[in-house]
Unconditional design. Structure first.
Length: 116
């Protein structure tokens, strides 16, 4: 399984970006796809996740601003980020986890920089 993430960049505070991540291979039933982020000097934290069944969760820091969506047919997940803040600056990673086995895969990070 390979995950490829893209869509990061530089944006001013208040602006928007959309991240996308595509997973290679067969359709991934019973799985969760998630976005994590890691700011310099900090741990990697969960931003949002969505299961193949459509269950969604967000970190408190992004609720109401970020929207995660998933295309099961294409094994893809997106993260629409609105009202961006400088504290959203981080490297964002997509993640795929099979819910039965727990096997987890990571994509390469994509840098999001929000200027004040």
């Amino acid at each position: 399984v390979q995950l490829q993430a893209f869509g990061g960049g530089l944006v001013q505070a208040g602006g928007s970006l959309r991240l996308s991540c595509a997973a290679s291979g067969r359709t991934f039933a019973r799985s969760a796809m998630r976005w994590f982020r890691q700011a310099p000097g900090k741990q990697r934290d969960l931003v949002a996740g969505i299961t193949s069944g459509g269950s969604i969760n967000y970190s408190d820091s992004v609720k109401g601003r970020f929207t995660i969506s998933r295309d099961n047919a294409n094994n893809a997940v997106s993260l629409q980020m609105n009202s961006l803040k400088p504290e959203d600056t981080a490297v964002y990673y997509c993640n795929l986890q099979f819910l039965v086995t727990g096997l987890t895969y990571w994509g390469q990070g994509t840098l999001v920089t929000v200027s004040s």
